[in-house]
Design a binder for this molecule. Structure first.
Ligand code: VAH
Length: 312
């Protein structure tokens, strides 16, 4: 059976770019984009689009049957900062959307699932340098709790029902096509918008807050690579550590100044500082590199250049 893909949460930061990449590989008509509301003209124009509530099992099942979907990428979620303001909404969306897709796979309505986890599964008791694939995980945010719980359910559905679900613990993701969406790492997106618009940025994290980050093109490549990997090569059925670059606000500001010498940055840490301080500073992603040949290609210098060129 040919691959027919449904992307749930297609208008989000990852979804909007992943959809276009998947359409370039599988053909526009074989990649159905969906979200709770219309929100991205390019997606709607370039292929099939459905209004879907990720929490509505019957609605998703009907869409899967209508389009004969084989693979589902579930990207709808409430991120860390927003999740702290609306804990129960975050739990409801992040968990029930996952159960909907895992159950569709359990009942053989679909063949393969991609579900994003995050470095937010780690907490302040996790080793922060070169964080191992298997380690202490005591997440301090609702978002992190949903991702840690989700990883356990993914592994359970794989082991007990043979579900082919694949997952990546994304670091902070940097892109220019969509505005920041409620994440703690989103300072690293905002800073570029502000550098172009105002030549200055007030950062909500302290200057030396080192966090694992990745440019969007690398994140999309990793997502497509893990889904195209041979099933037998996937040895981790919770979620794979994944990393590319680690930098601080000071370091990304210095890189921006190489292009915009008059750029200035100030620091006013807010509630998101406590979230960032509970996350790793660098990640050991050797399992992803071993199992399905993961490799990143954007460093801080290359990412900064691309971001400023596209936003300028
Ligand atoms: C967030 N961008 O900040 C997300 C990500 C590792 C962080 O999961 O919530």
């Amino acid at each position: 059976m040919d691959t027919k893909i449904l992307i749930i949460g297609a208008c989000g930061q990852i979804g909007s770019e992943l959809t276009l990449s998947l359409r370039s590989i599988y053909g526009n008509d074989n990649v159905i984009a969906s979200d709770i509301r219309e929100g991205n003209y390019e997606l709607i124009q370039s292929g099939p689009f459905e209004i879907l509530d990720a929490k509505n099992y019957e609605q998703i099942k009907e869409c899967v049957e209508k389009h004969q979907i084989t693979d589902v990428y579930l990207l709808a979620a409430m991120l860390s900062a927003t999740g702290e303001k609306h804990p129960m909404i975050a739990w409801d969306l992040n968990m029930n959307s996952l159960f909907n897709i895992l159950n569709l796979a359990k009942y053989k309505q679909i063949k393969k699932v991609f579900w994003p986890s995050s470095i937010a599964v780690f907490g302040s008791t996790t080793p922060r340098q070169n964080t191992p694939q298997f380690t202490v995980m005591e997440p301090a945010t609702v978002y992190g709790i949903t991702k840690q719980t989700g990883e356990r359910w993914c592994e359970y559905y794989h082991k007990n029902y043979g579900v082919d679900v694949r997952s990546i613990r994304y670091p902070g993701i940097i892109s220019w096509k969509t505005l920041p969406g409620g994440g703690t790492t989103d300072y690293a997106v905002e800073i570029f918008y502000e550098a172009i618009k105002n030549k200055s940025y007030k950062c909500f994290l302290s200057n030396d807050t080192a966090l694992p980050m990745m440019y969007m093109d690398d994140a999309v490549k990793a997502t497509i690579d893990i889904m195209r990997a041979d099933k037998d090569d996937i040895t981790i059925h919770s979620s794979y550590n994944l990393a590319a670059i680690t930098f601080t606000p000071d370091e990304v500001a210095a890189e921006i100044k190489k292009h915009i010498p008059e750029f200035t940055i100030s620091y006013e840490p807010d509630f998101r500082q406590k979230i960032a301080d509970s996350w790793p500073q660098s990640i050991d992603d050797s399992k992803a590199r071993e199992d399905w040949n993961w490799n990143h290609s954007f460093d801080l210098e290359k990412m900064t250049k691309v971001m400023l060129e596209n936003l300028g």
